[in-house]
Design a protein around this ligand. Structure first.
Ligand code: SF4
Length: 337
């Protein structure tokens, strides 16, 4: 029996592409890649899992692993609007998918890519580059745009009926929505916001971390996802925005981090990472005071580290200085060094 691997993001296009191939009587195994950059599980739902279940196929959830951080740090083909290395990312996922395909005895890979839908990774040249660099010439079938693209091996070998494939093209999603209604596919995630790397505010934080840390772990990435981020010389200051973020910061704090809080009033938890100079400590304390509920002009801020505790009296930091220190989205334009 003909068998294929279907990349499932949980979005509309990958679900439709899988459905079209299933309808040709081909056995499919769905593969969904995850990483801490992945925001695609909206409202606590895993749409890829739900779509796979609606289609009646098995879904393998595959973590990208920390090696993916190298792809993000040094992409051969550069970035999109944030720090999203889409071409390199697709190559990375497809290479891994082919290993799975070989183990599963699958003959080709199905993706939901639509020609011209995404400016970076879905124009004709990029699709060819991705296929070539993944070492998968002719082995990637894109059912939604197949008739705009050269026939794949599966079509040439008669495993797939090319005439039953589509010729979608461009950014409009109307044809896909109409097709979804026609085939009864109604489980898919909203297209926006699936990948944190496209978020320019997050990209700025990640770029800042790349510049200062030779190696990064998923734990470091988790820290970048919460709080307001500031840079003071070589020190990083992160201020929690609410109780949930305070809890996450407390859980991810390293032994060398200094914690700041204003006791006995609504207060963020602030972490200072890096050189704990006197100025860095006073700045972190002044930021904590600014974002606390304490109305006093002079605020007593408790700082603690590794069992030691002291109190620093500071004035809340003024808004201009806050903006100057903030790790801003503008930095994401440049890409990491
Ligand atoms: S948007 Fe994110 S997950 Fe999607 S291809 Fe680009 S980098 Fe990869």
């Amino acid at each position: 029996m003909t068998k294929a691997i279907a990349l499932m993001s949980g979005g509309l296009d990958s679900g439709l592409a899988a459905k079209m191939i299933l309808d040709q009587g081909i056995e499919l195994v769905g593969v969904k890649f995850t990483s801490p950059f992945c925001n695609c599980d909206q409202q606590g739902r895993c749409f890829a899992r739900e779509a796979a279940s609606q289609l009646g196929i098995r879904l393998m959830v595959v973590p990208k692993g920390e090696e993916y951080l190298d792809v993000v740090r040094h992409p051969k083909h550069g970035y999109g609007s944030g720090l999203n290395p889409c071409i390199d990312c697709r190559v990375f996922m497809l290479r891994k998918s082919w290993v799975i395909a070989e183990q599963a005895g699958a003959q080709f890979i199905v993706t939901g890519e639509v020609l011209g839908q995404r400016p970076m990774s879905q124009h004709r040249h990029a699709l060819g580059t991705i296929e070539r660099e993944a070492g998968l010439d002719g082995l990637i079938l894109r059912p939604l745009s197949a008739r705009h693209l050269p026939p794949t091996r599966a079509e040439l070998d008669g495993l797939v009926d090319r005439d039953a494939l589509l010729a979608f093209q461009g950014r409009s999603r109307r044809p896909q929505l109409a097709l979804a209604r026609e085939v009864g596919l109604d489980v898919f995630a909203c297209p926006a916001g699936g990948c944190l790397l496209t978020d320019r505010a997050f990209a700025a934080r990640l770029r800042d971390a790349f510049e200062r840390m030779e190696t990064l772990t998923w734990r470091d990435v988790a820290k970048l996802k919460v709080g307001r981020h500031f840079r003071f010389g070589e020190s990083r200051i992160v201020v929690g925005r609410n109780e949930a973020e305070n809890r996450i910061l407390a859980a991810t704090a390293g032994r060398a981090d200094i914690r700041f809080e204003v006791p006995d009033c609504g207060s963020p938890l602030t972490l200072l990472t890096g050189p704990a100079t006197g100025d860095a400590i006073r700045t972190a304390a002044a930021l904590t005071a600014r974002f606390s509920d304490c109305p006093d002009p002079l605020v007593a801020v408790r700082c603690s580290s590794d069992g030691e505790e002291q109190t620093v009296e500071v004035r809340p930091l003024n808004p201009n200085t806050i903006e100057r220190l903030r790790v801003s989205a503008e930095q994401a334009k440049k890409g990491p060094k």
